[in-house]
Write a protein of this length. Structure first.
Ligand SMILES: O=P(O)(O)OC[C@H]1O[C@H](OP(=O)(O)OP(=O)(O)O)[C@H](O)[C@@H]1O
Ligand SMILES: [Mg+2]
Length: 186
């Protein structure tokens, strides 16, 4: 069954990026990642929980053999604003020293989560450390981050779907949509 904005009642304001657009973009990104890491061992690190969908779909679009690990950090809690305080809820299972590591994210909003992650993982001495994110909000950046692969730059609005939640809901929507302000008290 296809879920679309109508099925969400009035919770969604609009569909920003369709499933088809996400699929096409991930194929493009996967080709670039394949080219970069040809002949190398690559560990992709998904940032739970938001990046679950991107990890699953990007990993399957890659030709490069990869290993996968996960980190859980949280800075948003149940709200729509980053608290700026990043907590590790689950650390990597593997030692990344000397490995080529690619962090996979669903979204870079303020950039605070990723900035913290890059310095945390960077201090573990990986052979290389890069970032691939499906979404980025350029207008929301509070810190500058060097991001190698970006799927879509989006407006500074709270989005849900394809892994992204509001109060843990809407992660399973197959597209990215904007939330109606009344849902989060706007
Ligand atoms: O650039 P920032 O402003 O730091 O925001 C981006 C981060 O916020 C979200 O995670 P969240 O803390 O909501 O956890 P979740 O993935 O479990 O929803 C998202 O998945 C990113 O990891
Ligand atoms: Mg969240």
């Amino acid at each position: 069954m296809r879920v679309d904005a109508k099925d969400m009642g009035t919770d969604l304001k609009s569909v920003l990026i369709t499933k088809e657009e996400i699929d096409a973009k991930l194929a493009e990104l996967a080709a670039k990642v394949d080219a970069e890491y040809a002949g190398k061992d690559l560990l992709i690190v998904g940032v739970l929980k938001g990046a679950v969908m991107v990890m699953a779909d990007l990993a399957r679009a890659l030709s490069t053999p990869v290993t996968m690990d996960w980190m859980a950090v949280s800075s948003y809690g149940a709200g729509t604003q980053s608290s700026g305080v990043v907590r590790i809820l689950k650390d990597l299972d593997t030692d990344i020293k000397g490995k080529h590591v690619l962090i996979v994210e669903d979204i870079i909003d303020s950039g605070l989560t990723l900035s913290w992650l890059l310095s945390n993982l960077g201090s573990r001495e990986p052979a290389s450390l890069e970032v691939c994110t499906l979404l980025r909000k350029p207008e929301a950046a509070k810190v500058a981050i060097d991001v190698k692969w970006i799927g879509f730059d989006i407006p500074n609005e709270f989005v849900v779907g394809y892994g992204l939640d509001f109060a843990e809901k809407y992660r399973n929507l197959p597209f990215v949509g904007t939330l109606a302000p009344h849902v989060y008290g706007g």
